[in-house]
Design a protein around this ligand. Sequence first.
Ligand SMILES: Cc1cc2nc3c(=O)[nH]c(=O)nc-3n(C[C@H](O)[C@H](O)[C@H](O)COP(=O)(O)OP(=O)(O)OC[C@H]3O[C@@H](n4cnc5c(N)ncnc54)[C@H](O)[C@@H]3O)c2cc1C
Length: 411
Amino acid sequence: MKQFQADYDVIVIGAGPSGSLAAALLNQRNYRVLVLERTHFPRFSIGESLLPQSMRFLEQANMLEAVEAAGFQFKDGAAFSCGERYEFFDFNEKFTEGWGTTYQVQRDRFDKILADTAEAQGVSFRYGQTVTDFQYEADCARVVVENENGAIEELSARFVLDASGYGRVLPRLLDLEKPTTFPPRTSLFTHIQDNIVDERYDRNKILITVHPEHRDVWYWLIPFNEGRASVGVVAEQAFIDNMAGDAEQRLRQLIDESGWMASLLANAEFDTRVGELTGYACDVQQLSGEGYALLGNAGEFLDPVFSSGVTIAFKSASLAVEVLDRELQGQAPDWQQEFASELQQGVNTFKEFVEAWYDGRLQDVIFTSNKNDPVKRMISSILAGYAWDTRNPYVKDVKRLNSLAELCRQM
Ligand SMILES: Cc1cc2nc3c(=O)[nH]c(=O)nc-3n(C[C@H](O)[C@H](O)[C@H](O)COP(=O)(O)OP(=O)(O)OC[C@H]3O[C@@H](n4cnc5c(N)ncnc54)[C@H](O)[C@@H]3O)c2cc1C
């Protein structure tokens, strides 16, 4: 065991899903954990559609009961539309065993539930605290925090987990950022009172709609309870920049062009400010180093199309805690092998799916009727978040998508 006296065993930067989950799992193992969060909860966050795989992590952290009690919108699959075409995946019909259902969550409430549950379990949280610096020397990590009055404090820990999401605290401070291979895309989004009356619309599924003319422009419609929904569009930055009007006018014009989704939302009330995010895809050179590891979006973020963000954030937290536990017990785990490479297995599966979505291969697979049932179950598994199950041939060798797309095109 290392002998120095740090203020905490672990400091976690950020109280989003990856930070709260990691903190709760470390607390289960009796480590002294402090979470430092820049904002005050509840606070808005995008990323509202969960995948069934995430339920396993909520169970692990003893958070599932609190999430279930919150009454979020039930979710059992994903539906896809483009012009007249409509296909859906039922996540109960999948290759990998495990949860086949989950929720669509307003993230301000969801993130607060996770943080409050972790706090009730014994984790310390401090809000309104921005981490501005990190140093690691002689087995001790030191972070500098600034509160809202400008007061500065230094805190020490044996290890720091960076769960700061788009804040990307350690990637910036340690110069770890690496350009992503995806082109910069922009997303416009808002919450609405959807007033949908069409009985063909299935509120238990996220609806992903492809623009009838531009296959790389797509929309999400994520139903919440009480008739509310999250709606958004994603397109290359230049495409959005070339449109006239402000963010709301651009979003509404694109929804008007969406086909079935436009008619679904014909009576919708746009009662919330439209948000805009650009260039959110990011990557790093390494996911861990002396005294630190990066979780969730602080590491890599791919793309929102398969709602994989929170699931990857949870997976990274769960993997990191396993490895960190052994490090804190004085062992010398191989972070690259046991954390980064393990995480990358599923991230790479999603990455290939994202690339195949935008180049059209996956859309050809999804919209081909007459699908071979066992193959559909394998694709359904990955869409449900089971992207680390190497028994699934499409996880083990994700390039199989090429021949599947080819086959679908010939049907
Ligand atoms: C357009 C879009 C749509 C998306 N849709 C989905 C979806 O449907 N489903 C899904 O699963 N994912 C979705 N995502 C991704 C999802 O938003 C993220 O992957 C997820 O929130 C990552 O969680 P996290 O814990 O890594 O970070 P975050 O949730 O970003 O939390 C990070 C926390 O760190 C805090 N912080 C930042 N800087 C500091 C600092 N210096 N000091 C202290 N605290 C700090 C922040 O205030 C924040 O609370 C979407 C993303 C985008 C861009």
